[in-house]
Design a protein around this ligand. Structure first.
Ligand SMILES: CC(=O)[C@@H](O)[C@H](O)COP(=O)(O)O
Ligand SMILES: NCC(=O)COP(=O)(O)O
Length: 262
């Protein structure tokens, strides 16, 4: 039987709206608390090098105030590693970052960047942080992540989500199959499998149905829906869609709200 499926709510874009006016409203930490009350199992925040949304103080406050696991997304730079090892969040997800990009454009280059990543992983693990690598859903990438000593991978779902948005059924099936194969192989070699990027109410069920995936991290679509239905309702609706996807595959519903991560 598959493990329960956790929901990590990414609050980056609450900070995007706050920063548009340079003040303190809306507060991403208040949003994090609301998301947890609505059923989020954890909170994800990406401290980008250019601080375009989440800021250092947000990470400090999240670490101090949250009672659920904090997943700190970051590039594997010396600056970010120093911040993370001082804050000691539950988890760090290492992501590729380009200053000019609108959002994360692909998984980490874990072959070209292997030696740098290996030492970043070692340092973060040494601080007691659970490390995950944001990667493309490919078999060789799973093997390389395992070789680097990462206990967790987050499969990049962006390409699959683009196919869903385009209504291209053949591509949707192709991308889903890549995710299924990578999840199956990754779990078989001992990796914990997460997934995320671009997921919304149309795309989430099929990913939730992949039994090896134990955590989904979702942000932009949720915060966008919150404008129309409120954050509480948006999180509950997403949670219900995830559980529906999991159950369709004959698996149990998701984790109970507030359940702690391994
Ligand atoms: C790694 C990932 O898929 C997301 O967290 C993404 O990095 C979000 O970054 P933005 O919120 O800046 O789009
Ligand atoms: N790692 C993915 C994440 O945290 C959320 O990505 P998105 O839903 O904002 O695209």
């Amino acid at each position: 039987m598959a493990a329960p499926l956790r929901l990590g709510v990414n609050i980056d874009h609450v900070a995007t709206v706050r920063n548009a006016r340079g003040g303190t409203h809306p507060d991403p930490i208040r949003a994090a608390h609301m998301a947890v009350l609505a059923g989020a199992d954890g909170i994800t925040a990406h401290l980008r090098e250019d601080r375009r949304h989440i800021r250092d103080q947000d990470m400090e406050r999240l670490k101090r105030q949250l009672f659920v696991p904090l997943n700190f997304e970051m590039a594997a730079t010396d600056e970010m590693i120093a911040i993370a090892t001082r804050l000691r969040p539950h988890a760090c997800c290492l992501v590729p970052e380009k200053r000019e990009e609108r959002t994360t454009e692909g998984g980490l280059d874990i072959v070209g960047g292997a030696e740098h990543l290996r030492s970043a992983i070692r340092e973060l693990k040494g601080a007691g942080i659970r490390v995950s690598l944001f990667v493309e859903p490919e078999r060789e990438v799973m093997d390389a992540a395992c070789d680097l000593g990462a206990p967790v991978v987050e499969l990049h779902t962006g390409t699959y989500c683009e196919a869903v948005t385009a209504g291209d059924e053949a591509r949707v099936e192709h991308e889903l199959e890549r995710l299924r194969r990578a999840a199956t192989h990754g779990a078989s070699i001992g990796l914990e499998i997460h997934a995320g990027h671009g997921l919304d109410l149309r795309s989430v069920r099929a990913v939730a149905a992949i039994p090896q995936i134990v955590e989904l991290n979702i942000g932009h679509a949720l915060i966008g829906e919150a404008i129309f239905m409120g954050l509480d309702e948006a999180v509950r609706t997403m949670r219900a869609a995830m559980d529906e996807g999991r159950m369709r595959a004959g698996e149990p519903a998701g984790a109970a709200p507030g359940r702690s991560l391994p």
